[in-house]
Write a protein that binds this ligand. Structure first.
Ligand code: BES
Ligand code: ZN
Ligand code: ZN
Length: 503
C-alpha cells in the first residue's frame, strides 16, 4: 500500500486550490455554522439547497461529493458529517476521515486538502484532533494487495494537506501529523503482518521483521533460538512448538530513549502464534484461516517498539515476542502431557489449543528480569473473550489500579476501548490439576477469566495488565477505518499509553 504523504499549511478554504477539499459538518447546524459557509455565495447557494433539502444533513458518516465547476479554486468539495455537535468525539473525526478517503478513492483522486474542523470535541487539544484526522485517513485508505496480480490499481489516495486558517497553529499541526503517522503506520504494519498467510509469516520471518525494526535508532535486538530456550528451561514455549517443523523464536527488542540509566522499563509482551491449528486438540475447519492472525499481540508489541523509536519517546521500552506455530505433528504435545515452565511451575496440558497462555507464561517469567515499572501483555487469548465482549471491547485484567486506569484512558483516546474483567482468586480452583501445579484450561465458565488468572501466576510482583484482544483482532466487515480481516486494534492503545507516559 502507498502511504499518504502529509503536510500542513495555513490559508483560507475558499482560496484553496485542490483536487478535493474536505469539510466537516455537524448534523442540525444551519448553513451559517457550516465550515463550508464561505463557499455558498460563490457556488450560487448550492450548499444552502443541499442542507435545506436534507440531501446532506451532517449525520455521522454521511459523505457528499460536489463538483464546483470552476466557481472556486477547489475542483471538488467533499462534505462529511460528524453527527450532532454534542456527541462529537475524537473517534467521530477518525470515522469521518475514513469515509472521506474512501469516497475520494472512489472518485479516482489521489490528493486532497482537509480543512481543519471548526468544531473540536470537548476537552481535546489541537494536536489530538490532527492526530486522529491523520489516523482516519491512513487507516481508512488501507488495503492489503501483496498477493493480487491486479494490485497496480491507480486509485490509491497518496497525499493529504491539512489546512488551518491560523499560521500560529502550524506547529501543533506538525506535531499532530507526526503522532498520527507513527500510530497509523504501526497499525498498518500490524495489519500487514497479520494478513500475510502462515506459510509466509513463519516464526523465522517474524524474526526477520524484528531485525528490520531493530534498525531504528536506539533499538537493539536479541533472539533466543530453540537451544537457548532449552538451556533456560522454557518448557511451555518449547512444548507448544514441538508439533511444528518451524523452529520457535524468542524475540527481545529494547529501546532506550532516556539518559536516566536507573529508569525501570515498560515491558510489552505479545502472543505470537503464527498459526493456531489447536494442535492435537485440533480446531474445527470452519474459519480456521482466521488463526493466521493469532500473532496479533506480538505484531502489536513489535509495531509499538518501532513507533516509540520513531517518536523518540523519552522512556525505556522492552518488547518480548514468544513465537511459535501450533501444529499437530508427530512430536506434538498430547493432552495430559506435563511441561515445566521457565518459572519452575509445572503445567498439565489438558488442551493443546490453550497454547497462548503457555507461551506467555514463559515470556512473562522472562520479563521479570527487567524489573518492569509496567508489564503489559496483549494476546488473542480466548474464544470466551469474543463471547463475552463481542467486537467492540478489549478484555482487560490487571493487578495495579494506576496502570489499569492509564491503559483504560489510553484506550479511550485511541478509540480502542478496554473493559475490565475480574481477576478474583476464587476462579483459580478451576485451574487445579491432580498431577501438576496447575492445568492449562479452566473448564466450563469464565474462560477469559481463568486464562488471565493462569497468566497472573507468572508476573511476580510487578504492576501488570493483560489485554485479551481475541474480540477485536479480526473484523467480519469493513467499517470507516477498520478493514475486513485483521484490524490491528490494540496497537494505537499501546502507543497512546507510551505517549501519555512520556508527556
Ligand atoms: N487463539 C485462540 C483464541 C481465539 C479464538 C482467538 C477466537 C481469536 C478468535 C486460543 O489459542 C484458543 O484456542 N483458546 C481456546 C482455549 C480453550 C481450549 C480453553 C478457546 O478459547 O477455545
Ligand atoms: Zn489455541
Ligand atoms: Zn491461539
Amino acid at each position: 500500500m502507498n502511504m499518504i504523504r502529509l503536510d500542513a499549511k495555513a490559508g483560507r478554504v475558499e482560496l484553496e486550490r485542490a483536487e478535493v477539499l474536505v469539510l466537516t459538518h455537524c448534523e442540525g447546524d444551519g448553513l451559517a455554522k457550516m465550515d463550508a459557509a464561505p463557499f455558498d455565495k460563490l457556488l450560487g447557494g448550492a450548499l444552502r439547497d443541499l442542507i435545506q433539502s436534507k440531501e446532506f444533513e451532517g449525520k455521522a458518516n454521511e459523505v457528499l461529493l460536489y463538483h464546483t465547476q470552476g466557481k472556486v479554486p477547489a475542483k471538488r468539495l467533499v462534505l462529511v458529517g460528524l453527527g450532532k455537535k454534542k456527541d462529537v468525539t475524537l473517534d467521530s473525526l477518525r470515522q469521518a476521515l475514513g469515509h472521506a478517503v474512501k469516497r475520494i478513492r472512489q472518485a479516482k483522486v489521489e490528493t486532497f486538502v482537509m480543512a481543519l474542523p471548526t468544531v473540536i470535541p470537548k476537552s481535546c487539544t489541537l494536536v489530538e484532533v490532527v492526530q486522529v484526522i491523520v489516523e482516519g485517513a491512513i487507516l481508512g485508505n488501507y488495503q492489503f494487495t501483496a498477493y493480487r496480480s491486479d494490485k497496480e490499481s491507480p486509485n490509491d489516495v497518496n497525499g493529504m494537506t491539512i489546512l488551518t486558517p491560523q499560521k500560529s497553529q502550524l506547529r501543533q499541526l506538525t506535531e499532530g501529523i507526526r503522532r498520527g503517522v507513527a500510530t497509523s503506520e504501526a497499525t498498518v504494519l500490524v495489519r500487514d503482518l497479520c494478513n500475510h498467510p502462515s506459510n509466509i509469516m513463519t516464526p523465522t520471518r517474524i524474526a526477520n521483521e524484528a531485525k528490520a525494526v531493530a534498525k531504528e535508532p536506539g533499538v537493539s535486538l536479541k533472539i533466543l533460538e530453540q537451544k537457548d530456550m532449552e538451556r533456560l528451561g522454557m518448557g511451555a514455549l518449547l512444548g507448544v512448538a514441538r508439533g511444528s517443523h518451524e523452529p520457535p523464536k524468542f524475540i527481545i527488542l529494547e529501546y532506550n530513549g532516556t539518559k536516566k540509566k536507573e529508569e525501570r522499563p515498560v515491558v510489552l509482551v505479545g502472543k505470537t502464534i503464527t498459526f493456531d491449528t489447536g494442535g492435537i486438540s485440533l480446531k474445527p475447519a470452519e474459519n480456521m484461516e482466521h488463526m493466521k492472525a493469532d500473532m496479533t499481540g506480538g505484531a502489536e508489541v513489535l509495531a509499538s517498539m518501532r513507533a516509540a523509536a520513531r517518536l523518540e519517546l523519552p522512556l525505556r521500552l522492552i518488547s518480548i515476542l514468544p513465537v511459535a506455530e501450533n501444529m499437530p505433528g508427530g512430536r506434538a504435545m498430547k493432552p495430559g502431557d506435563i511441561v515445566k515452565t521457565l518459572s519452575g511451575k509445572t503445567v498439565e496440558v489438558q488442551n493443546t489449543d490453550a497454547e497462548g497462555r503457555l507461551i506467555l507464561s514463559d515470556a512473562l517469567t522472562y520479563a521479570q528480569r527487567y524489573q518492569p515499572s509496567a508489564l503489559i501483555d496483549i494476546a488473542t487469548l480466548t474464544g470466551a473473550c469474543v463471547v463475552a465482549l463481542g467486537q467492540f471491547a478489549i478484555g482487560m485484567f490487571g493487578t495495579d489500579a494506576k496502570l489499569k486506569e492509564a491503559v483504560r484512558k489510553a484506550g479511550l483516546t485511541a478509540g480502542e476501548r478496554v473493559w475490565e474483567m475480574p481477576l478474583w482468586n476464587e476462579y483459580f480452583e478451576q485451574l487445579k490439576s491432580d498431577v501438576a501445579d496447575m492445568r492449562n484450561i479452566g473448564g466450563r465458565g469464565g474462560g477469559m477469566i481463568t486464562a488471565a488468572l493462569f497468566l497472573s501466576k507468572f508476573v511476580g510482583i510487578y504492576p501488570w495488565v493483560h489485554l485479551d484482544i481475541a474480540s477485536t483482532d479480526w473484523s467480519e466487515r469493513e467499517r470507516a477505518y477498520i478493514p475486513k480481516g485483521p484490524t490491528g486494534i490494540g496497537t494505537r492503545l499501546l502507543i497512546q499509553y507510551l505517549i501519555d507516559r512520556s508527556l
